[in-house]
Every structure is written in structure tokens, then in C-alpha cells.
Design a protein around this ligand. Sequence first.
Ligand SMILES: Cc1cc2nc3c(=O)[nH]c(=O)nc-3n(C[C@H](O)[C@H](O)[C@H](O)COP(=O)(O)OP(=O)(O)OC[C@H]3O[C@@H](n4cnc5c(N)ncnc54)[C@H](O)[C@@H]3O)c2cc1C
Length: 1002
Amino acid sequence: MSAEREARIQETAREIFALTRPPKQSLFSSERWQGEMMDWAMSDERLKVEMLRFVDVFPTLRSRREIARHLREYFAREGVASPKVLRWGVNLAAQRSPVAPLASTLIRSQMKGFAQRFIVGRDAADAMGALRGLRREGMGFTLDVLGEASVSEAEAAAYQRTYLDLIDGLAEEGRSWPAVPVVDDSAWGPLPRVNLSLKITSLYSQIDPVDFDGSVVAVKDRLRPIMRRAMADGAALTLDLEQFRYRDLTFEVFTSLLDEEEFRAYDDAGAVVQAYLRDADDDLERLLVWARDRGRRFHLRLVKGAYWDYETVIAAQEGWPVPVFTHKPDTDAMYETLAETMLRHPEHVRPAFASHNVRSLAAALVTARELGLADNAFEVQALHGMGEPLKHAIIAMGLRLREYAPVGELIPGMAYLVRRLLENTANDSFLRQTFVEGAAVDELVQAPATSADFGREPARRPVVAATDPEAPAPFANQPHADFSRREDRDAYNAALAAVRGRLGRHYPLVIGGRETGTAKRLTSVNPAKPVEVIGTVAYGGRAEAEAAVAAAQAARAAWRDTPARERAGVLFRAAALMRQEVLELSALMTLEAGKTRREANGDADEAIDFLEYYGREMLRLDKSRRMGSVPGEHNVYFYQPRGVALVIAPWNFPLAILTGMTSAALVAGNPVIVKPAGPTPVIAAEMVRILTEAGAPPGTVNFLPSPGGEVGDFLVRHAGVDLIAFTGSMEVGLGIISHSAQNPSPESVKKVVAEMGGKNAVIVDTDADLDVAVAEVVLSAFHYAGQKCSAASRVIVLEAAYDDFVRRLVEATRSLRVGPPEVPGTRVGPVITAEAKAKIEGYIEQGKKEARLAATVEPPEGGWPDNGFYVAPHVFVEVAPDAIIAQEEIFGPVVAVIKARDMDEALVIANGVKYALTGGLISRSPAAIQRARREFRVGNLYINRGVTGALVERQPFGGFKMSGIGSKAGGPDYLLQFLEPRVITENTMRRGFAPPDELLEE
Ligand SMILES: Cc1cc2nc3c(=O)[nH]c(=O)nc-3n(C[C@H](O)[C@H](O)[C@H](O)COP(=O)(O)OP(=O)(O)OC[C@H]3O[C@@H](n4cnc5c(N)ncnc54)[C@H](O)[C@@H]3O)c2cc1C
């Protein structure tokens, strides 16, 4: 950039500053208390968190008592530096004194006022006065109905109706408004007086980038009538841009809808580009190419982006590259670059610069003038309730200013409100730096300095070579496929096609490293289409079982004496091989186990995690430990393997759990006999192949599919088996424990690691965020058709939230798509076998006798496709805590909703089953959360999230009571179960001479 241009930008920025009207009293508000709240939030990070959390929970607080309780729990806690006046208010509200109601009324009205700062009205009628007021002040508006991410189709349809009504009402009203030329006229002609903004996630409850095409179609179906009416009534309509995962979807909806014949002449549709995205320039280019190809004009709002915190957190959690810049000046620089590109294309783009940053706006303004554009060839946009002094300046300069004006109730608006608070209080915020910290104008007008990685997207999932056992990097979870990216969606489709192309192959047994055929064969089928054969496998009978034990015994000594580094190396190489094939392994599980794309991919990734994690764990445990420090005595503590391991695996995580148990046994030095689950032998055969290719010596991994319990029972009792790792039902698990104890091998009492069932509950508190509660319960109860031992099968809802929760859960359940798992829009696939289906249906009949069936999904006309083993999700309500469907593990998509008076009763009910595997609490009460930590006694307790999807290392998984007797899988104690500790003590003193400690070997 030339020095003159930079000088002009700074000059213009100074001009804008000179025209700003200093804020009264406190920074953003005319009302002192509210301004002070913001000041407090900025003075202390912990207080800010508590304040944001209080604002978030506030609309759900139904009584004075509830307000007082939450105030106390948030602000009267140790470590929260609440200002005196706030503590005083908290105490007052909590007292039984006559002034207590007054105190909570005051807080209620302040909170309302606070929300009103950012929200123009409860609905269009309520907002009308404010909108007229804006025009009187010389401002336009774009109206947005608060709400995003609908949880059910009923909610999405209601959102659509609101928009349709809104356009009608406003268009009518708008005609009577006096003209405001600066707002209503532009360089290209008159502008619509009615201008709306809309979030597409509100229009379709099942929106998901994994189902890209289906989501686009569904959103367009809901959007089409809105756009039609906007066009007919001469209103403008912009599609807001939300989280990165919806970016491509939003652009696709925008461009493909406008490509439809009826919208060819609609020039008042608008899109948004977010400058904080590293590839934002590609977004703009994409839109320009589209417009150029079709000779179109469209409105384009340039923003920096409102989800910065969210994007960085999600990327860290998922192990994905961060899609946004992490250096604020990079975002600012991108903003200036994009502003220029937009302004260079007035034949296509009607630019809107949405920002409260004086420097960013000045850059756009100078560019426009340099390009010879009139001041009404673009507009400035700002948010309602923010940057008031700046708005004054923009109007004073005669520029067109449009306010983003949200309408709606507090609860659906909370996500918006919290984003605004975050934005106002962020350290990097221009508004904060300007109006709170009073940074010098000279500093504020400086050009953004780009950092070295400006615009460069960090490499995605680098191809990682096998972990080096000599120097392993710290463990990190395998990142899941990112289905918001086209390349991952396409790769999954290609993997499905490749796997389908090789269906029907035969897989022999593997015993002692040799492939062995058998006369009998087992057939594995697709549960969504039982005529489709996945493959056949050889059938191991008693003779083969005997041979497998012999082979494992033969390999035992050599494998035990193989250095742990080499054993870990096998796991690391297997992990590398699995990484190369991860999508094909996932696709195979879609076909063989009926897993939807995300579920299948999660399963394969978890298998890789187990290999990487247990490999590292063995290296850790291999270091023998010196015990004691007495001279003349040398004590070492170390581990040895237990012997031959039998792995009996379930079909519900046919790769992850199988790989976890097998690799743990193997790396600990135990040869393994792998007995896969009857319905999923082909994916098991793939695991055995991979371990073999990775260098597991002959006899250390023996593959012995054999359906039913007979051969399993024979092996459990077999004298040559020392260790059994089992995951499955409680009945079978208890049988294994009992039979193995009665049949010790000559050399050892058999060790059993048994992960069994669950009857997991989610408690929904009175103050729960029901958006979270409903979405997470649906996910935990119905994904993979509820066939996870961790699945939610009871929901215990506190009385005050019960009706709202049930109403929304019912609608959300009805919105689920049941069907073939390979179809990207499917949320609930089939159950695993015809027998499983019959068993679950038996429980459903039982439920109808015991409770009220509130929701299910009806099969399509003509029945479920392809004779698949489908069971639709079922929600039973008014279930008694001791009902059979509330006590027994069902292993299907059936959930029992139970009402509880209060948290005391909820916890009694939650703990009142024989299992203790997972549990969940959805609550925003710090006290309730603390209490659940203490009293909700399950192996894995999840707070404010779903109860499934444990990750290796981050959420080591497993329960107690009748849920199992193992230490947590994917955790630091797991491998110990496959090892025995030994101690060797040597007297090092000879004739009164003891060598110094440091000369002794480990
Ligand atoms: C009319 C209007 C409509 C809007 N519509 C949308 C929309 O559809 N979608 C949307 O996402 N947002 C939208 N926004 C919100 C907008 O993204 C934020 O208000 C805006 O980012 C704040 O930027 P600023 O220039 O006002 O302030 P500044 O203080 O200059 O910039 C703050 C912004 O910088 C970015 N940032 C902060 N920290 C970092 C960092 N460490 N590294 C890199 N970047 C960082 C973030 O985007 C942050 O919001 C809209 C805003 C307005 C005014």
C-alpha cells in the first residue's frame, strides 16, 4: 500500500473519530448499572465468566427463589471477585426480608434492560416503534428474528411462518413511512425499506454438512416461500453466515436458490463473507465468479465474524486446523483486502461494511472514493446497541448506515446476546480498546500488520508416519473426518463405493499365522439390507479353538520376551495402516454394522487412538521402578504379561472395542485369540490383517470367528487361556466370570476384564438449557439406534422443566430420519439383527403397558426399505422409576422419561438401577453440578453434554456395579489388567561391601 493511501486512511479514521459523540456515563450505555456490569466483566476474567453464565441462564429462571439461588451460586462463591454492590444485591435477594422481592425485581428489570440494549423488540409489532425511531435518526435497519439451530421441524416451520408474517406486516407498514433519502436511495436506485436477515440453521432442524445435498434441498424448501414473498413485497433478504461448518452450505443455498428461474430478477438477496476465515478471499472469489457467470447483482455484507471463540475451541477439540486467523490484525488486514475487491466490482456487488472498527471502515471508505464511487454506492452496518458514538459519526458524514436489529424473546436470543457480550468485552475488541481503555487514536488508526502465516491455511491432517517407539510424540486423538469439507464427503462416498466393490469375499481363520479354511462358513450381511452379503468367514469350531490355544501358547514365551518397544512398534505401525485406510474401514462399518457416517468414522478413529495410546502406555509401564532406598539392597518392580488372552468382542463398536482389547493384550505381551462378534466378523478380519501386516508374529493374533456361545464357553473354560477380555451383556459377562473362576488354568487363576451393560440416565434440571438438553438426549439415546452401552435410556426431568422438555423432545424425535445408514441424511439406522429387533420390540410392547408412548417415527408407506432391521425411536413418558423399561438394558432406540420432584429425588432415581456406567446432568446451577459430581455415582458422568462418545485418554471409559469389573478403557490403569507385577530383591552387600546406589542396574 502506498504511503499516501495509508495517510489518507488514517486521516479519514481521525475524521470519523472527531465526529464520534463520547459515550455518556459509562461506555456503551446510558444506564449506569448496565454500563457498570460491563465494566465489572472486563475487570476480572472469572467474574466475566460468571456474568456471562448468569445472563445465559437468566431467562429460564422461573421464580424469585430461583433468581436468588443462582445469584448466590454464581457471585457469592469463593474466588469470584464480585464487587461489593453486587454482593450486597445477592445477599439482599437471598434474604427472607420484605425487600428481597424488590431486589430480584430490580435484577429482573436490569436484565431485561440489558437485553433490550441489543434486541429491538419481542416481535415485529413490538419493534415497530424502534424501527421508525431508527429511520427518524437517519438509519436503516435489517431485521433478524432471533433463534438459531432449531431442534425440531415444528420449530423450524414456526420460524419460517414468523418470517412470512414479518415480511407482510413490515411491507404494509413500510409503505407509510416517510422517505429518508440517505437510507432509501443508492447509487443503483431506490433501496427496499424492508430489509431482513436470516440464519439458515433455524429453517431445518436436521441440517448437517454430512448431508450436504439433503440439507441444501430442505433449507431451500423452507426458504423459497420466504424469498418469494420478499421479492413480491420488494424486501431485501440476507442470509447471515454462521459457524464455519455451515459456510459452504449457506453459499450453496444462496447461489442455487437464486439460480432458480423465479429468482433470476431478484437483486436484493444478500450474502455475508467473514474476513476472519483464512480462506475468506476464496469465498469472495466464488461469489464473484457466480455473479459474473450469470450477470447478477447481489448485496454482500463484509463482517469479521462472530464465532471466533467457538471456532478456535471446536478446532482444538476436534484436532482440526483452525479455520480462522488467530492473530487479530490478520483478520483486520483481510477485511481491508476484501473491502477493496468488493468495491472493484460494483457491477455485481452492493457492498455493506459491517464493523464498529473505525480503521476498518476508514479503509473501505477511502478505497471507495479512490475508485471514484459515490458515497451511496455502499453502506455501513452496525449492530443495535453497539458502537453508538460511531453511528453518530457515520450519519454525520452523510453515509448510509443500517442497524442490524434483532427481534425475539430472550430464550431463543440468548446465543446472540452472549456473542454480543463476548464481543464487547474481548481484549482485542476495537470498541473495548477505544471506549473503555481509551487507547490513543494514533494507535487505533494504524494499519494492521499481517503475520507470517497470513492467508495460509495450516496443513490439514498431515500424513503421519508410524509413531517411533524410541521417541513417541505425546498422544493426540485421531481427528475425525470433517464433513463440512467437500473433500471429506467425497472421500467417504468413494470409500463406500470401493468397499461395496469388494463385498462378498471370504475370510479364513488365522491360526498360528496360517490361514485356515473350514467346511462351515458364516455369512455377514448388511443389517439395512439383509440380502446384501458383506462377506463370509470361516467357522471356528472346537478343533480350531484348540488349535488356536496351542498356537498362542507356542508363541507365548517369545512374545513375552520381545522388548516392549518392539511390541509397541507393532501397534504404532497398525495405527499408521489404519490411518491410511480409515475411511474404507469406516465405510465397511456403515455396511456391516449399520453405522451412519459419523458413527462409523468415530469408531475407526477410536481404534487408531487405542493403538497409539496403549503403545505409549506400554512404553511407560515397561520402565522398571526402583523401590526403597536402603543401602545394600536392590529392589525392582516391573510387569510381566499374564499369558494367553481370549478377546470376546461386541458388534456395536466392531473395530474400536475389538482393537482396544486386542491391542492392550498384545502390547502387554500376551498372545491373543480374537473371537469377533457374530454379526461383524469382516471388520474384525480387517483388524487381524492390519495387525499382521504391522508385524505381529505368527501365533500372537489368532482369528477365530465362531457364532453363539458354544466355542466361547469352551475357550473360557480352557486350561490354556489365562486372561479373558470381554465386552458385552451383563448375563454373558457374569457367566464368563463364574466359569473362568471354576476352571483355572494350571498356572493361573484366570483374569477377567468384563465391560458390561448400562441403564444410563440424563438428569434435566429446572434451569437446563433445553436446546442442549433436547439435542444431547436425542444424540445419546437414538444415534446408532441406541445400541451403545453408554446410550441414554432414561431421562429424569425436574418437574418445572418437564412439560417444556417433553414437548420439545417429542417434536425433535419425530423429526429424525430413520433409514439406510449410508444415506447421508439418516440419523437412525437399523438395529443389528432380526433377533435384536424382536427383543427391542418386546420392550416397546412392555413400555406401552407401563407408560405412555409420546413419540415415535412412522415407517414410510410400504414399510422400511429393503427389509432392513429397523426399529424407530420411541419416547415413553410418565414412566415410573421401577418400570421394566426404566430398569432393564434395552439396547435400542427407546427412551423412558421420568418426572422428579426435585434434585434429591432425581438423584435417587438416577442411582436406582443395578448399573453404573454413564450418566448426564444438564444444569446451569453450580451447586447442582457440584452435587452431581459427588452423588451421581456412575463410571462416566457428563455435564451439559451427551453421554456417549467417550474419547481415548480424554474420557477413559467404563463403569462399576453391574456395568463391569474392568478398569477404564483408554485410561492409565487399563493396561495393568493385562500384566502382573513382580518384584526382585537382591542383597548387594558382599563381605560388608555394598556398591553405591548409582552403580546398580535398574
Ligand atoms: C450488521 C452486522 C451484521 C453482522 N452479521 C454477521 C454474520 O452474518 N455473521 C457473523 O459471523 N458475524 C456477523 N456480524 C458480527 C460481526 O462479525 C462482529 O460484530 C464483528 O466481528 C466485530 O468486528 P468489528 O470490526 O466491529 O470489531 P473489531 O474489534 O475490530 O474486531 C473484532 C473481531 O475480530 C476478530 N478477532 C478477534 N480476535 C481475533 C484473533 N485473535 N485473531 C483473529 N481474529 C480475531 C473476530 O471476528 C472479532 O469479532 C455482523 C455485524 C454487524 C455489524
